[in-house]
Design a binder for this molecule. Structure first.
Ligand code: BDP
Length: 603
């Protein structure tokens, strides 16, 4: 799905700003034919939760409404007009002037609808009903329950089956864009680099709607100079002396696609792309033929007030902080991030592991692995979860949205699912097959595994191209005992190395909760000293393991979670606070990472 941009044939209207807002108390029916009976305001894009200064609103589970009035300039009324949501979390029903226009389920991917037939001259009313309900059919997974109060009113409750606050609302921009009636619907770009010859064959397929006499594809370099030009909707063009997209040294070409009619350009769209080659071979993760070492983070879209809503200033700052530290990558834990962030990563040369919102696929939790080591160990997860459909849908939507991004080097199909339980392989195999079939660039696939999914207990590691591990030796287990944590870390990594000598291994999470400003001469857990010692211990072991290709720590910054006895104002594993002030460990990590080259660290 194309990102909405203004071109010589397209206009974009941004509906960001303050909208009317109302939680649905479900005491009387909301009449979508009428303006919403509320004067409460809410900024869009942003989560609603932290804006209202109201506990009732912040913790509301169930349905809620947004409304915005808009007009469309007369000059545009004969164009095709599309209303597009960057995301609506987690389910949305959209009405225009009281008429139902579109429904979408899944809170982290865009959707759109043509709206010409709904529009009236002058003011139009856009009403959106949303739900933040998560259950065993949705991704992420929530524990959902209902009870009735003394008046018989239904009280809904979502208990997150994951460790981040269930922020919701219109998290990403809502836009109306125009296209001509004959238009470019989609563009798929597959660059195949011939590294030795320094050239690339670039396959471009263009999906159009309506009738064009011809489609013209022009490749432009970064200066806007024409590199090649072809005509057709399925072309392969050659770029000689190709400039590669490299980590932290991005080069972006542009495919300018023009739909021609009667010798005139009717629609034009410009899609940026990078030429880079990704391979997994001999226990290495190769970018452009060289063994890449991931240095970076698991993150969250999480900031003060905006919650999970798009915050472009934080995105820019976060990437600058990463670069300052010598980091080169992050994972979009635990859901697809905004398109704005993905475009920024393309431009900045940040390497991204792109994750689905499949988190919480686990019915029970227990750090005792001994019972899991039985071959036929089975918990309730794969009987309880009815998420296959949502999982398939989001794999379709994510790959469709992000397929052309050079920054995306691997897909993560899930975070910490019960892959140690019987039934996991049956659940995941079709999803891996689907992703392999859908990705035109054929990127490697992984899933990020939980501590209990060891070389002995994990049942899905054959499906993954890269072994991606979330491990907390020295924190959730062996807490305060880094010597024991070191032994456990080494033992497990060696076991993976032995089991899969051909597969690269990386850490996608490791960390220790740390209260900024808490110091201890004894290096006690939660102190800044402990966090640094913990990272030093892990680094030491990583450097001993030949196939170990990357360290993405948990977490970039402190973030908001649900309530819990292990969480004080959220998760404190950030190496930055939520305000992005560095904890002490940032100096150590920066020193380490600046001394680790992006390529060739593990020979
Ligand atoms: C892992 C999860 C992550 C948590 C983290 C933690 O993948 O979402 O925040 O551990 O406990 O289980 O800090």
């Amino acid at each position: 799905m194309l990102y909405p941009i203004a071109t010589e044939s397209r206009v974009v209207m941004d509906l960001s700003g303050t909208w009317k807002f109302m939680i649905d108390k479900e005491t009387e029916e909301v009449n979508v034919k009428q303006p919403l009976p509320t004067s409460q305001l809410m900024a869009v894009p942003a989560s609603f939760n932290d804006q209202a200064a109201s506990q009732e609103i912040r913790e509301h589970n169930g349905y809620f409404w947004y409304e915005k009035e808009f007009s469309v300039a007369k000059a545009l009324r004969d164009e095709r007009l599309v209303l597009r949501f960057g995301s609506a979390t987690h389910e949305a029903w959209v009405y225009i002037n009281g008429e139902f226009a579109v429904h979408h389920k899944g809170g982290f991917t865009p959707f759109e609808v043509e709206i010409n037939e709904f529009l009236v001259p002058g003011e139009n009313r856009l009403t959106v009903r949303l739900s933040n309900i998560l259950d065993f059919t949705t991704l992420p997974v929530g524990n959902y329950s209902e009870k009735k109060d003394e008046n018989g009113k239904v009280i809904r409750k979502v208990d997150e089956n994951f460790d981040f606050f269930n922020y919701a609302g219109l998290h990403r921009p809502v836009k109306i864009y125009s296209t001509p009636t004959n238009y470019i619907e989609d563009i798929t770009i597959v660059p195949n680099a011939d590294l030795a010859a320094q050239k690339a064959d670039v396959q471009i397929s263009v999906k159009t709607a309506g009738t064009f006499d011809e489609v013209r594809v022009t490749i432009l370099d970064e200066q806007g100079n024409q590199v090649t030009q072809e005509t057709g909707t399925d072309i392969t063009t050659v770029i000689n002396e190709v400039q590669l997209w490299q980590p932290l040294n991005a080069y972006l070409y542009t495919a300018k696609v023009e739909g021609m009619k009667d010798g005139q350009v009717e629609d034009v769209y410009e899609e940026a792309f990078g030429v880079r080659k990704i391979e997994v071979k001999d226990g290495k993760f190769l970018i452009n033929g060289e063994p890449f070492y991931f240095k970076g983070f698991g993150k969250h879209e999480d900031t003060f007030v905006n919650g999970r809503g798009l915050n472009e200033a934080y995105n820019v700052l976060d990437i600058n902080l990463m670069k300052e530290m010598g980091a080169n990558s992050f994972r979009t834990s635990h859901y697809p991030y905004s398109e704005e962030m993905m475009r920024l990563c393309d431009r900045e040369g940040i390497v991204v592991i792109d994750e689905t919102p499949a988190v919480g696929l686990m019915a029970s939790f227990n750090f005792d692995v001994s019972i899991l080591e039985k071959d036929d160990f089975e918990d309730e997860t794969w009987k309880q979860m009815k998420t296959s459909e949502a999982h398939e849908q989001v794999i379709h939507e994510l790959i469709d949205r992000d397929k052309n991004h050079p920054s995306v080097v691997m897909w993560s199909i899930a975070n910490e699912a019960a892959t140690y339980s019987k039934g996991a392989h049956e659940y995941f195999e079709p999803l891996f097959n689907l992703a392999r079939e859908l990705d035109p660039q054929n990127r490697p696939l992984t899933y990020v595994s939980i501590m209990m999914a060891t070389p002995k207990t994990d049942k899905c590691s054959d499906l993954a191209d890269v072994i991606a591990l979330n491990r907390y030796y020295g924190w959730y287990v062996q807490n305060g005992d880094l010597a024991a944590g070191e032994v456990a870390t080494r033992n497990e990594l060696l076991e993976w190395q032995e089991k899969y000598p051909e597969k690269p291994i990386m850490y996608t999470e490791y960390g220790a909760d740390t209260v900024a400003g808490f110091h201890s001469i004894y290096g006690e857990p939660f102190s800044e000293e402990y966090q640094e010692d913990y990272y030093r211990m892990n680094s030491k072991v990583f450097d001993e393991i030949p196939n170990f290709v990357g360290e993405q720590l948990w977490n970039f910054a402190d973030f908001q979670t649900k309530f819990g006895i292990m969480r004080v104002q959220g998760n404190k594993k950030g190496v930055f606070t939520r305000e992005r002030e560095p904890k002490m460990v940032v100096r150590y990590l920066s020193d380490r990472w600046k001394n680790i080259p992006n390529f060739g660290y593990k020979k």
